[in-house]
Design a protein. Sequence first.
Lengths: 617, 613
Amino acid sequence: MHGGGGHGGRGSFDEDEILGKAYDARLMRRLLGYLRPYRGLVIVALAIILGISVTEAAPPVLAKFIVDNAIAPAVNGQIGTDEGLARLAPLGIAYIAVLLLGSGLRYAQTMLASYVGQKAMYDLRVQLFAHLQSLSLTFFDRNPVGRLMTRITNDIDALIDMVTQGVVAIFGDIVVIGTIAIVLLVLDLRLALVTFAALPLLIWLTMYFRRIMRDSFRSIRIRLARINAYLNENLSGMAIVQLFTRERASFRQFDYLNTDLLNANRGQIRAMSMFFPAVGFTRAATSAALFVAGGFWILKGEMTIGTLLAFWQLVDRFFQPIGDLAEKYNIMQAAMASSERVFRLLDTKATIVDPPHPRELAHVRGEIDFENVSFAYNEGDWVLRDVNFKISAGESVAIVGATGAGKTSIISLISRFYDVQRGRILLDGADLRDLRQQDVRRHVGVVLQDPFIFAGTVASNIRLNSAGISDQQVRAAAAFVNADKFIDKLPQGYDTVVTERGSTLSVGQKQLLAFARAIAFNPEILLVLDEATSSVDTETERLIQDALAKLMVGRTSIIIAHRLSTIQNVDRIIVLHKGRVVEMGTHRDLLAQRGVYHRLYELQYRAHEAESPMKSA
Amino acid sequence: MTSARATFFHYLAGHRLQLLVGVCLAAGSSLAAVIPPRFIGAIIDSLQKPGVQFDDILHLALLIVLFAAIEAGLRAGARYVMLDASRKAEYRMRNDLFAHLQRMHLAYFQHQRIGDLMARMTNDLTWVRQMMGPGIMQGSFTVMVFAFAVLSMISVSLKLTVIALILMPLASLTFWYIGRTVHKRFERLQSQFGDMSTKAQENFSGIRVVKAFSQEDAETKDFAAVNYEYFRRAVSLSAMQGLIWPSISFILGIAVLSVLYVGGQDAIRGELSIGSLVQFVAYLYLLQMPMINIGWISNMFQAGWASLGRLQEIFNAAPKITDPIDPVTAPIKGEVEFRGVSFAYGQTIELHDISFKVPAGGSLAIVGPTGSGKSTMVNLIPRLFDVQQGEVLIDGISVKRRPLEQLRRAVGYVPQETFLFSVPLRENVGFGLDESLTDPQLEWAGDVSQLNKDVEDFPARYDTMIGERGVTLSGGQKQRAAIARAVAKDPRILILDDALSAVDTYTEAEILRRLRGVMRERTSIVVAHRISTVKDADEILVLDAGRIVERGSHRDLLEHGGLYAQMYRRQLLEEELEVDEEREEHDKRVKAQSEEDPRPGMRPRLGGIGGEP
């Protein structure tokens, strides 16, 4: 993925299997960088967490006062019944106040965490998308759309989970544990020490199970990936499985993988079933120890019942976060792996970049010059070899050749989708690499073989996102290329909704739409990729031919043609064969030469004409 | 057809003993959980009594530890037994789904996209397992802890129980409302997630157009807008979801306060001991877990049930191509006959009244333009599809009356699109055999398909792993591996569906020569584009738009001067165009090889003549 190396696709499997560490300082620092714009809110959230920890610790303490100051003295007859009842009321009100405050703060904190996390990851997502836009086509050739989709959707969602549930919660837990520890120490030093005595055991338990979980998490992930790969392959190749009567054998293998996965899962269940009860038991045993120790000191008259009860309640709140750590660990681990992949993508450098000091391209005449151009998609596998030609401004040229001769590459190179390895391409005498990509593309209109239809309306597909193109211009462009007739027949005309997949348009109509798109931008140079397309009806075919002829007037046009009418109309024909320019001239001249063009003509054009009535049948 | 409910109980019933044990353990554990508060109460009360001994307190505390241990032990047992059952159910379900899919006809996989089936067998299966495992387990704990805790509360004080639970209906109502709103907002978020994915996918797929028209910034702005809506909906979901935990702790806190307040008054009046009050509060804390879990469990069941419905759709899809009820099992000799066969795929008619007959041991070739129905025709022989009209017969018996296994064992099929599995090459070649391939068999199949020479270059010869984790084969190598695979099963009928398209002409000739030797006793049906592949067949059928338009031998058809003759002329031209350069290259290679290799012409490896990069 990082430059070089012509072997796309390899390693994708492994990449998705990266099982990150739960914590990686470098990645974490970079992730936290995305919170910087929201540091005000982050500080507020942290302050709220402090408040929450106080409201967490307060109710048991209030309960202590209720018991020690109101109920116990009244029961023991130290104060009167009425006095006891009177003391209950203010404590009750304080209790409610703490509860309300706690709930409110908790809600505010959740909202803040969610807002900040979602917004920061919104930023990251937009940044990633914008970055992908800047990468060159080589990158998209090598990375399947599905993988990029996973990065921008699922991986970033995992990061959101980490910010909103992982980081904030872990910080909150630490503060709560700290606050309660302080309260315990203040309430009674001795009982606090008894409580803390359980901590080493609890920490050991957590570490022990965390390690088991990490190992089993890993082995389950690997087995799951394995069985899903097997499943995918067998579903895709089901015809072969059935034709070769392999059902039983392939089921045996599936069962083997499935059993393997089951065993790995059972290993994890065994560990996980123990963990929560073990934590629960430790907690109960600690309470029992508290009652013993507390009872001892109460009997000696050194402690009140209320204090003991407060401890009993606080222990629960003290141990709770530690038990939850396992779940947060999973979230963190998933997020670390995701962030690694997202950042790797963000760090991919664009191979085609604008020069630091681009030449200004004010007025374009439309002269194109290929000087000794050699080009390969993959190093050493030459598609174009030492190609030389010059097209003057306003000239129309057709490029012909057998499939694989390198015609499409010429179009891609003029748009600077790729850079040449040797030689150079000049636009009005300027090397393409000295110009801004956007400047070049603004003046070069491209009609691709498979005109891509974006989800939107017919009109939005013509003007794309350029608000500068008015409705009138859209209609004019459509009319110019004969697309208005079919558009007018659509149910909502120019506002008819179209999509790439659920295509309501025929191939011919899509092509007309692509013509309209190109002409709406009024380029000085027009590149048309028009290779053999079947299934266009004769009427549309006539419209396309007519439109194409009109498009070429008054601008430099380079056409990869499959229609006889087109090549007869152009000023010049360039014949490419195996990446080399072998012949050049007008239709008539070239035919007279009886060379490659003559054979191509016999093969592609004449034979095609002969075949086409059959195709329409 | 069965219902999702029936499927649910079917898989649970497979582990009913285990589940029963699990429920009993959960009951025991829940019961054990409500006992310690009693001792806590007793400790508190005895601390107030004058003259109590420390030993009594120690004794009570030990009882707490004892019951806590019992509770933890039983709980661990219940968790293990029930989660284990769900994993086993998942295992069986996954196996059953796979076995069911193996029986489905090819058209099903074309209609039902693989990606969708994969999603069902991964995500949906996970949700169903969550429902059957953690869902049922937490459900039983929740119900039983709740029941035991409430009963124990009543045993302490009916009045306090009523006060504590008076908030319950309100709490349920609140959670029900929040749950419903969360669900709705979650769906809205999911649909926006879908829109965002679509936007990204559209952009990545159409990146050429985006770049050609300099739309990068505008596209980013568009994406940011969709993404912003996603952000907005996510925050609006949190606004509801965030209410759950604070409101639970608030309601529980109010319940505790009410109990302390009313119970405190009772204690002051001497109607209730402090110990009993504490015991009661302890029960209230036990209720916390069930209250939190209810929403979570109901979510799990909702999602699980929806997923189960999607899995049920797979189970309910009936295989259209199955074994006959009264099969004919006479050995297959290899005569193939089509009698008035018509076939439609959806609305489009693919084949129109096709009739022909190939005697056992004969050879037939089929040519015609793309989409003329050639592949469809040969697909009907091993019943990848079934004819709608007319009959396909082997040895005079309809293929529909043969056991599928016998029929398919008799047919060696090389499909148009080569599909190899990610296993060593040896296993790919021996794919159609029950036992593993012997070395002589492998050598032979490799020789016929001209694969042996390529294999020399592989790191572990025939034991080399194929595919993503091993070597990537070229188009021609893949096709030859597929031919070896078909030949290795020693079939009575061999079908090559455009199976030499990526093989260079010289190797093709070698393969065809060897195949003729192999096929002397067998029937061969070859679909091809190249005249060179088909010209020696006994009979050639020319197909156009689903009809046989010409038939006869190579010579007959050339004389006839129709479509076949036209194809022939075109291909001569094409060869002329290629030939100068290629002959040059080939000559160069042969010359170079003959100097180092004693077998001239055995290693002509021409890269991708027919196959475009």
